[in-house]
Ligand binder design. Structure first.
Ligand SMILES: [Zn+2]
Ligand SMILES: [Zn+2]
Length: 257
């Protein structure tokens, strides 16, 4: 908490770094949208910002954020983690944000500040190890910091792409809309070629969304080859639009429909 700020009083409890870390490691509990918001706040905005400011970075509408916190608290409660209910007096609604953030008003904006222990746990989680590479980034500028940037980015992709609940949901939605699963970049269909229902889901990192702005979950369907290519050094840091345009303009790469 920053000094001199008038924090909004709540009765949410403060978890330790280790407690947060255990919760972050639970499968399918933390909403990917909340992960993305915390990622944006911590790595892009110094740990605090309004919902609108997060939206500007992620390209997602800010109404998503309240929902993502409610969803996460509910998921964690189902796994028997105790979150003391923080109910607003007048509306009787639960203040879900208070579990993850400290809040205060600044220039008429309500600012969410990732709680200290959660921020530390989140960085550890994203960096993967206890003595994580994150602490080295500030001291070692140059090639290493570039590598670590990429690693961090990759980890958030990875986390979301492995969240089976959200991936399966996206696949079902895709089938509903398009009839079957196929690669959105090259049209390859595992069904047609191998007679199996398979496709990989790629999380389009909001920081790199160009024209292709999706609402809700930013997962696109890619065959294993295209997915590999998208995560390669050549394409990793570029908007997915560059890759899609490239594939469109290089018909040699296209599989026959
Ligand atoms: Zn493909
Ligand atoms: Zn991916």
């Amino acid at each position: 908490m920053k000094e001199g700020l008038n924090y909004y009083p709540t009765n949410a409890q403060n978890f330790t770094v280790d407690e947060w870390l255990i919760m972050l490691q639970e499968d399918n509990c933390f909403s990917p949208i909340l992960m993305e918001a915390m990622y944006a706040l911590i790595f892009e905005m110094d740990g605090s910002g309004s919902a609108k400011q997060i939206s500007e970075i992620t390209g997602r509408s800010y109404q998503n954020y309240n929902r993502s916190m409610a969803e996460t608290v509910k998921n964690l409660r189902k796994r028997r983690y105790v979150f003391i209910e923080d109910i607003r007096k007048k509306s009787k609604k639960e203040r879900y944000w208070s579990h993850f953030y400290n809040g205060y008003y600044k220039n008429n904006l309500f600012i969410w500040e990732v709680k200290d222990n959660l921020r530390i746990a989140f960085i550890k989680f994203i960096s993967g190890t206890e003595e994580n590479s994150f602490s080295n980034i500030n001291s070692e500028k140059g090639i290493n910091s570039e590598v670590d940037e990429g690693t961090r980015r990759y980890r958030i992709h990875y986390h979301i792409e492995r969240n089976s609940k959200i991936v399966n949901y996206s696949k079902r939605e895709f089938i509903k809309k398009n009839g079957s699963l196929f690669c959105e970049a090259c049209n390859f269909s595992f069904k047609k070629t191998y007679e199996i229902d398979f496709i990989e889901a790629h999380h389009v990192l909001p920081l790199y969304i160009g024209k292709r702005i999706t609402k809700g979950i930013d997962l696109m369907m890619l065959c294993a080859n295209c997915h590999r290519a998208v995560h390669s050094k050549k394409w990793n840091d570029k908007s997915i639009d560059h890759f899609l345009d490239y594939m469109k303009n290089n018909s040699i790469h296209q599989n026959k429909l």
